[in-house]
Write a protein that binds this ligand. Structure first.
Ligand code: TPP
Ligand code: MG
Length: 616
């Protein structure tokens, strides 16, 4: 039996029949398709989506980069068990997705990208928006997706489609492989009909594996942990994606091991858990960072050890050992760690089993962690209680934290807020904290918030966005409004870049290009609140912390997307210090000597971490 459909119609039908399954729970893998049409996809995927009776809702986005962020955020909020497909025209519509693709791949999140491509037949070429590579007619701008995709293909003939679709699904649903998947679809091929075998469209259930660790590795890992005096767990995003947080809590409690969290892992343990020591690294808590310095064993769970996590490799003792539980061997091998290549939940469970009757770390270590956390907690209390006009940023975060309560989720990505959020935010549990800090892409915020709300409509979504990020990509507010997807957007306007401003000053770059002003320094007549209102959002202006609290209550109770506009001081930096470093080079000549010398002194505390995890 065959069915005659165009390539694009076949793609739509196929996508609507893909399911994921983990722990016996089955769900649709594609929650929908976002897109923007042009001549490269309108007659293909456009026509196919318009006439389809399949369950694949279409969402019109306003920018192709944004729609990839939306898809990645959706995937993250769904713990990688579902995502969105993204269709674009050719040329600029396609390449607009490259930044989003890189973000998804870096954050290990599945997104399916379907850029249109130039005519496969080439008869009419060069077509509008064609690159015309003089070395080869086989190259198009879509080749730029190759380094940022975990699977890449171009469908020049209908016969190529079935194997490409299966390969795409394999990569999207493999937690060790996943990231952006690109299938470039030439505009003529999309509209071409073919007799497809019926089985192509059968419901397909992709089992999301929970690989168990190798037994010998578990045995070695158990010995290593039992011999440690001061172990510290570093929980990364993999802990949350694997739904290992309950197992992590049990493990930590049973053996008295404190848990520090990366940006992607934040919320693995809820705030207030006696072993939760909060954020680690360059934007960490003083509690987690003190324990990191003292630890003789780091147990990394689902972390890729970014420079922020390791404070550019200065936060751990030079001779610390590492045990890395990771589904990806690439990450498990980092920092010369003992590799436990496994699903986070399975890895922790098997490790605990291998401990036998081990009673865990002596109680005074647990007490030390609690004491350090109490001190940090008091610092956060003080930062949250700051008042002033304009409101201090930490008080803004505190007010949003209160408003988010137990069902809220905070979304952020770039600027000075991700660091402050990592330090200060008190998460209610996994899924309540969504800061994209793998790519830290300005413009992710509103687009990402949309994806979170689409994947988790029961949650109240609070997007924190700086004026810089807002100016890069505010357009998805229109999508939120037209689609009736409710967001609470807190727009923090400090007339420029607080983050890069501070950084610039610290490296002798004199804050060049970090303030939004006329060339002579006068303030600009820009009104971002009016801008948000003009895009159709309800807008509330808050000039004090008290007004902000009130506005947050109003926005929470509202049915529609609300933007709360708050001005802050770009020069202020009121969050308590992490007492940790981040490696950004200082010019070797042309800056004050003391600045470069201080930099070089810090470089001396960087460790290569080459200690073998086990000897003999
Ligand atoms: C797309 C992109 N371009 C540049 C950067 C580098 N960068 C990081 S933060 C930042 C400024 C962000 O400004 P704003 O959103 O106003 O936040 P603030 O620093 O003022 O809190 C820049 C330019 C980035 N992260 N992403
Ligand atoms: Mg700013």
């Amino acid at each position: 039996m065959t069915t005659r459909l165009t390539v694009a119609q076949a793609v739509v039908r196929f996508l609507a029949h893909q399911w994921s399954e983990r722990d016996s729970v089955q769900r649709r893998f594609f929650g929908g398709c976002t897109g923007i049409f042009g001549h490269g996809n309108v007659a293909g995927l456009g026509q196919a989506l318009a006439t389809s009776t399949e369950n694949l809702p279409y969402h019109l986005s306003r920018n192709e980069q944004a729609m990839v962020h939306t898809a990645a955020a959706y995937a993250r909020a769904a713990n990688r068990l579902a995502t969105l497909a993204c269709t674009t025209s050719i040329g600029p519509g396609a390449t607009n997705m490259i930044t989003g693709a890189a973000g998804a791949t870096i954050n290990r999140l599945p997104v399916l990208l379907l850029p249109g491509d130039i005519f496969s037949t080439r008869v009419a070429g060069p077509v509008l928006q064609e690159l015309e590579d003089q070395r080869s007619y086989d190259i198009s701008v879509n080749d730029c997706f190759k380094p940022v995709s975990r699977y890449w293909d171009r469908i020049n003939r209908p016969e190529q489609l079935p194997s490409a679709l299966l390969a795409a699904m394999r990569v999207l649903t493999d937690p060790a492989e996943t990231g952006a998947v690109t299938i470039a679809l030439p505009q003529d091929v999309q509209a071409e009909a073919y007799d497809w075998p019926e089985e192509l469209f059968a419901d397909r259930i992709w089992h999301i594996p929970r690989p168990r660790p190798e037994r010998a590795a578990v045995f070695r890992a158990a010995q290593l942990v039992k011999s440690a005096a001061r172990p510290l767990i570093v929980a990364g995003g993999g802990t949350i994606y694997s739904d290992a947080t309950e197992q992590l809590r049990l493990f930590a409690e049973t053996y008295g091991i404190p848990v520090a969290e990366t940006q992607a892992g934040k919320g693995a343990l809820p705030y207030g858990h006696p072993l939760a020591v909060g954020a680690i690294g360059a934007t960490g808590t003083t509690a987690a960072n003190a324990l990191a310095r003292e630890a003789d064993l780091i147990i990394g769970v689902g972390t890729r050890y970014s420079d922020f996590t390791t404070a550019s490799r200065t936060i751990f003792a030079p001779d610390a050992r590492f045990l890395n539980i990771n589904i990806t061997a690439f990450d498990a091998a980092k920092l010369s760690g003992l590799q436990l290549v496994a699903d986070a939940r399975e890895g922790l469970a098997e490790l605990a089993e291998a401990f036998g009757g081990w009673r865990g770390v002596p109680g005074d270590y647990r007490e030390r962690a609690a004491e350090l956390t109490r001190a940090w907690d008091a610092a956060v209390d003080a930062a949250y209680a700051l008042e002033g006009s304009p409101p201090p940023q930490s008080a803004v975060i505190g007010a949003v934290n209160t408003a988010a309560a137990d069902d809220g989720v905070v979304v952020c990505a770039a600027g000075s807020m991700p660091g402050d959020l990592h330090k200060l935010w008190r998460p209610s549990g996994p899924g309540s904290y969504h800061v994209e800090y793998g790519y830290s892409c300005m413009g992710y915020e509103i687009a990402g918030g949309l994806g979170v709300k689409m994947a988790a409509p029961e949650r109240e979504v609070f997007v924190l966005v700086g004026d810089g990020s807002y100016l890069m990509m505010a357009q998805e507010l229109v999508t939120a409004i037209s689609e009736g997807i409710k967001l609470v957007v807190v727009l923090v306007d400090n007339s420029g870049f607080a983050s890069i401003g501070h950084l610039s000053e610290s490296v002798g770059a004199q804050r060049l290009g970090t303030s939004y002003a006329y060339r002579d320094g006068r303030p600009l007549p820009v009104d971002l609140a009016a801008n948000a209102a003009s895009l159709g959002a309800s807008v509330l202006r808050a000039e004090s912390v008290a007004e902000l609290r009130k506005a947050l209550d109003t926005a929470r109770a509202a049915a529609e997307t609300t933007v709360i506009y708050v001005r802050t001081d770009r020069m202020a930096d009121d969050a308590p210090s992490s007492e940790a470093w981040w490696d950004v080079p200082v010019a070797q000549v042309g800056t004050p000597n003391a600045m470069r010398e201080a930099y070089e002194a810090n470089k001396l505390s960087q460790h290569p971490h080459l200690t073998p995890p086990v000897t003999g």
